[in-house]
Design a protein around this ligand. Structure first.
Ligand code: SAH
Length: 394
């Protein structure tokens, strides 16, 4: 296949020269022989080589850069890049799961690979990555020795690439209903076929561990409200608190949360699983005058686009306002946003607004983010989607 060529408009090459991996259609002067999903060489307006990437005319992001060097992008190249990403991860003693490839942040735009024990889950977000997924499965087997690769490319963003959803076995066996993993020493069951993302929110590993430490300090009488619990990640990590309430709108998530609680030998009587809308449940708790030592707020992405930011901000404010009202003086609020369109700074302002309305006081004890197996390339600020605050509420 001949390689296409793309010329960047004069004055529009700075981000690319500085290492940003996206070239938008508006920055492109013209393209020659570029085919969707195939490689292109990128040149500046004076015909000097800038980078090599892959093309998709259907996407606003028409080129995603793979290399800033004039080198061949062949199987050996992909394998080398996968190897860099994978060897930079070290599984801690208490871990059998981690993100191995974090897309643009590992210089492999559009590709996510997560490891769950003896299974790999691959997510192909773009056409070029989708077209090469068999090759990736081969390379991953060579590099990790893991024979089972499951695909979870059933995500909406693929529409922007002109792709439908795709999921199923890429290599090896059909996965069982649940796979047991360990994260920071805690055991979880993961449904890689139907679970969210690739099955589990691996990115919250360090924050769950932090909650475990806080819970230990709070003592055995502590009460935890875990909102948007999914499969109970935070509550199970908190371990032997007196009472943990998990709230989620998805019944299947709560079923796994209950199973995870039992798996970690947490007494059934100390945990509750409530299928409810978290906004309503918070209001209910406020009206009942409930109080908790720890509240975790980990909602789904409210803003997928910039135009949803204001609505999302109102949602975050409402949640945080009621959460502040529920925390015992001296207790903890761990609050998150995973909306890429909401910056860390803006999120903190929203939480500030909620605090003012609640008439409480709070101290930032820590800024929170994704675990270290979810690196963010400094040249790719879009990579920082998860942001959070650990607050002591007075
Ligand atoms: N804290 C979780 C991850 C949360 S993901 C963990 O540690 O694994 C967001 C969760 O919010 C999903 O499980 C989703 O089912 C749930 N959810 C989405 N909208 C909701 C709503 N309005 N009320 C309650 N739960 C909701």
């Amino acid at each position: 296949m001949t390689e296409g060529k793309v010329w960047v408009r004069a004055g529009r090459d700075k981000p690319l020269r500085q290492g940003h991996p996206w070239l938008f259609s508006g920055a492109i002067a013209h393209a020659e022989a570029a085919q969707d999903g195939e490689l292109v060489a990128v040149y500046d307006s004076r015909d000097r080589f800038l980078a090599r990437g892959y093309w998709n005319s259907k996407s606003q992001i028409q080129v995603r850069i793979l290399s800033w060097r004039d080198e061949a992008i062949d199987y050996a190249w992909w394998r080398r890049m996968l190897s860099h990403a994978i060897t930079r991860r070290t599984l801690g003693a208490g871990d059998t799961a981690c993100r191995l490839v974090n897309a643009e942040n590992d210089y492999l735009p559009g590709l996510i690979v997560d490891r769950y024990g003896d299974w790999l889950v691959l997510q192909a977000l773009t056409r070029a990555i989708d077209a090469r997924k068999q090759e990736f499965a081969d390379a991953l087997l060579e590099l990790t020795g893991i024979v089972n690769v499951y695909e979870r490319s059933d995500v909406e963003v693929r529409q922007r690439e002109g792709l439908g959803e795709s999921a199923g076995v890429l290599r090896g066996q059909e996965p069982p209903a649940t796979i047991e993993i360990k994260q920071a020493g805690i055991r979880y069951l993961v449904d890689i076929r139907h679970g969210h993302k690739t099955g589990f929110y691996l990115d919250q590993r360090d924050n769950r561990r932090l909650l475990r430490e806080l819970a230990a300090d709070c003592g055995t009488g502590a009460r935890l409200l875990n909102l948007f619990s999914y499969t109970g990640g935070f509550a199970v990590a908190a371990g032997g608190v007196k009472h943990a309430i998990n709230v989620d709108s998805a019944y299947s998530a709560l079923e796994l949360a209950e199973a995870n609680t039992a798996l970690n030998k947490i007494p059934a009587a100390s945990a509750e699983f409530i299928q409810a809308d978290a906004f309503d449940y918070l209001r209910h708790c406020v009206s009942e005058g409930e109080r908790y030592d720890m509240v975790v707020l980990d909602p789904p992405k409210f803003a997928a686009h910039r135009r949803q930011v204001q609505r999302a901000a109102r949602g975050y404010k409402d949640l945080n306002l009621n959460a502040f009202r529920l925390v015992k003086p001296g207790g903890w609020l761990m609050t998150f946003s995973c909306s890429g369109a909401i910056s860390r700074d803006f999120f903190q302002k929203i939480v500030f607004g909620a605090l003012v309305d609640s008439r409480r006081q709070a101290q930032v004890i820590r800024q929170l983010g994704a675990a270290s197996d979810h690196p963010v390339a400094l040249t790719f600020p879009e990579g920082e989607y998860l942001k959070g605050l650990l607050l002591r509420v007075n």
